[in-house]
Design a binder for this molecule. Structure first.
Ligand code: SAH
Length: 221
């Protein structure tokens, strides 16, 4: 019994150590840059968002299965997308494909009490999984919504920021661009690329492509 307790504690200490190591690596490699994103990565523990049997692997820089054919995103990809999104305190943010709830929690931490995060997930079990995982942090500024987020969330729009965790096909959805505020930012994978869209004016957008990523498909476009 005592040996088992020691083993569990040792595992937790090791996991904490390797997670710190992973975050430092992401900083050194230039993926993590902004203090508020780095602080959120340090505070919100990925281990709290993976299924029980994979807790020992939470510190690995790879996507991990969360059931229903979906994955918790790779830390490097989340870091890269959040740096493009530039979330700030007080932002109203739409998070499409909340899955494990990890990225949602990172966003809620950054947006703070004056901000709000709307997390949309289409798989009922995952909506509940992500919501329960995020509950460990007692956020008052997050709302998990079951539904198809491929056309955004009209009733809560416009948003300062929109981020999508599953890959669209056939281009960036116009609906999402429309639901941005002026100066709002959208980060979305389209096929194997991550795109950053900045809304300069009602009908003027700048778009930038970052190739070389893999995502689960955005369903029901
Ligand atoms: N950020 C999440 C990523 C999960 S993977 C995490 O790190 O855990 C992408 C998620 O998008 C999956 O849970 C999938 O079910 C969801 N998804 C795919 N298409 C969707 C859609 N049209 N609307 C809402 N969620 C969608």
């Amino acid at each position: 019994m005592t040996v088992k307790v020691y083993f569990v504690i040792l595992n937790l200490v090791l996991l904490e150590y390797f997670m710190k190591q992973l975050i430092n690596d992401l900083i050194q490699q230039g993926y993590l840059k902004s203090p508020r994103i780095i602080n959120a990565f340090r505070k919100i523990k990925r281990v709290d968002f993976v299924p029980e049997e994979l807790k020992g692997e939470a510190d690995i820089n790879a996507p991990l299965p969360i059931g229903y054919g979906q994955t918790i995103s790779q830390p490097l990809t989340v870091a890269f997308m959040l740096e493009l999104l530039e979330p700030k305190e007080g932002d109203k943010i739409l998070d499409v494909g909340s899955g494990s709830g990890w990225q949602t929690a990172l966003l809620a931490e950054i947006a703070g009490e004056k901000g709000k995060v709307y997390a949309v997930e289409r798989i009922p079990e995952l909506k509940i999984f992500g919501e329960n995982n995020a509950k460990k942090y007692h956020f008052k500024n997050v709302k998990f919504i079951l539904g198809n987020g491929s056309k955004g969330l009209e009733e809560e729009s416009p948003f300062d920021k929109i981020i999508v965790a599953a890959a669209a096909r056939g281009g960036i959805p116009e609906e999402l661009k429309r639901q941005l505020k002026i100066n709002g930012r959208l980060v979305i994978p389209v096929e194997g690329s991550i795109w950053l869209v900045v809304k300069e004016d009602e009908n003027k957008f700048t778009e930038k492509e970052f190739p070389g990523f893999a995502f689960v498909p955005l369903v029901g476009e």
